[in-house]
Design a protein around this ligand. Structure first.
Ligand SMILES: [Zn+2]
Ligand SMILES: [Zn+2]
Length: 269
């Protein structure tokens, strides 16, 4: 519902226009909330690819919820189902099953959120055991509404429209990992699915587009790896750089990285 509203809110731009300041606000909200989705929701809460103190997890999850990506329990439940059933008809958002082509693309980008399976059958026990994360999960819409309210207070209707634009672009940006990163790009690593390394998706999702690596090494804190000519390539991964920054501040540790020989052992011949 909120994502539909944020699409409609973009129409406000026709009346307000978009100044440089408001565009900067939209961009800043996009980058910060994308990082919370990729570094906290995905790589930390879902895959445990590093550790962080509780306050970092909680603040990160709060910012993640403000992205309109639902709460951490909901997000992790669906994402683990994707990994478990990847590219089969049990996959919540495969662009290839049960239908491919345009219908499959639509399902992976948007349509899967309009199905009855929107509510996961089981919620992850570890997230549910944390009372703060559980509260954020149930009240996930409050940070999103609060950020919309703050945008309006700071810059009136124009900044509210910029917030809607940012939220809409963020929604579709994250969704490209479900759609494009299973449809187009290289497959340097051997996996049992159609995941791909896609540079465009990596650009708009701050590193999550190296999705073939992610399916091969789900626990790797860095997704920016490829293989070319028998050698490991290090690919741009701003989310990984951000987590390294957290580590330097003492807010992250035990970053899990595959060794070069592990990467090469999994490389497609
Ligand atoms: Zn995938
Ligand atoms: Zn994942």
């Amino acid at each position: 519902m909120f994502i539909v509203l944020s699409h409609l809110g973009c129409l406000l731009l026709l009346a307000t226009g978009l100044s440089l300041e408001a565009a900067g606000w939209a961009l800043a909200l996009y980058l910060v909330r994308m990082l919370a989705t990729t570094a906290i929701y995905h790589r930390l809460i879902t895959h445990g690819s590093y550790r962080a103190p509780k306050p970092v997890v909680w603040i990160g999850a709060l910012v993640g919820a403000s992205a309109g990506q639902m709460g951490p329990s909901w997000w992790k439940a669906h994402h683990l189902a994707h990994h478990r059933h990847v590219d089969t008809d049990q996959d919540p958002h495969s662009p290839l099953q049960p239908r491919s082509g345009l219908q499959g693309f639509w399902r992976s980008q948007v349509g899967w959120l309009l199905q009855s399976s929107f509510f996961p059958e089981r919620l992850p026990a570890d997230v549910e055991a944390d009372p703060v994360l559980r509260l954020i999960d149930r009240l996930h819409f409050l940070p999103l509404l609060a950020l919309g309210g703050l945008s309006y207070v700071l810059g009136g209707l124009e900044w509210l429209a910029a917030f809607c634009l940012s939220t809409t672009l963020l929604f579709h940006g994250v969704a490209t990992v479900n759609s494009l990163a299973h449809l187009a790009g290289d497959r340097p690593f051997l996996t049992d699915d159609m995941s791909r390394n896609n540079g465009l998706v990596a650009l708009i999702t701050l590193g999550e587009g190296w999705h073939n690596l992610h399916h091969a090494f789900q626990w790797s804190v860095r997704q920016g790896y490829g293989v070319s000519g028998g050698r490991v390539q290090r690919l741009p991964d701003p989310t990984y750089a951000f987590i390294r920054g957290l580590e330097r501040c003492g807010w992250a540790d035990r970053l899990r990285l595959p060794a070069a020989e592990d990467l090469l052992a999994r490389a497609r011949p």
